[in-house]
Design a protein around this ligand. Structure first.
Ligand code: GAR
Length: 235
């Protein structure tokens, strides 16, 4: 029996070349990273097909650090290329270096974190510096890390602010690209807080990304001036 190539053990196919993908057409290539459900990923895929990202972006790959993440199966069902690499038990820097090398094979213009529940080390951030986006279910200046909807609910906040930001080496400290307020008045359960928040997330992420791509004209790293926050007129 032929021994498996190293790539086979983690179930990711050889990515198509950029020529096959029609690179040069000006669309930005997205690598969407998730760890769980993937509702933001679905919204981004749909936006690339028929919404705010149509003609601006294509999904090069959906990647997860959890091979059993439900969002990965959803992405495959939507026709996206998928890849995974289990992070469990791996030293952070070694995993991140391997994940970055895997993703580089897909030649992404943007790394789009969509419920990717990992703190990224320099081994991951440096190869994609300035090109990694995250969506956070709160104002990153008010709440960082996990459980932002629980935080808003437990503190009976009248509103929260969904935030799209660039990722740097801190925890939710990168420059803010776009924010949108969610009215939480009358939300009497955590499920209702999340329902209202996710509705905004699904719309804001694609719009903010579209504005960034337009601003950077196709989005190659060298051309970026991404640290200027987007204004309302951008999105
Ligand atoms: C989303 O609410 C996203 O903002 C949040 O995880 C959820 C993922 O849902 N991310 C963070 O909390 C990052 N700090 P999804 O898998 O359905 O997109």
């Amino acid at each position: 029996m032929t021994p498996a190539r190293p790539a086979d053990k983690h179930s990711f196919p050889t990515p198509p070349s950029r020529v096959e993908e029609g690179v040069g057409t000006g669309t930005a290539r997205l690598a969407i990273l998730l760890s769980g459900r993937g509702s933001n990923m679905v919204a981004l895929v749909q936006a690339a097909q028929t919404g705010a990202l149509q003609g601006l972006a294509e999904v090069a790959v959906v990647f997860s650090n959890r091979p059993d993440a439900p969002g990965l199966a959803t992405a495959a069902a939507l026709g996206c290329a998928t890849a995974s690499l289990p992070s469990q038990g791996r030293p952070r820097a070694a995993f991140d270096a391997e994940a970055a090398a895997l993703l580089q094979r897909y030649q992404p213009d943007y790394i789009v974190l969509a419920g990717y529940m990992r703190i990224l080390s320099p081994a991951f951030i440096q190869p994609f510096a300035g090109c990694i986006l995250n969506i956070h279910p709160a104002d990153t200046r008010a709440h960082q890390g996990l459980h932002a909807y629980e935080w808003a609910f437990d503190n009976m906040l009248p509103e929260t602010k969904i935030t799209v930001h660039l990722v740097d080496e801190g925890l939710d400290t990168g420059p803010i690209l776009a924010q949108q307020t969610v009215d939480l008045r009358g939300a009497d359960s955590l499920a209702e807080v999340e329902r209202r928040g996710l509705a905004v997330e699904h719309e804001l992420y694609a719009r903010a990304l579209a504005a960034l791509i337009k601003k950077t004209k196709g989005g190659h790293a060298e051309q970026r001036e991404a640290s200027r926050p987007l204004t309302n007129s951008d999105i």
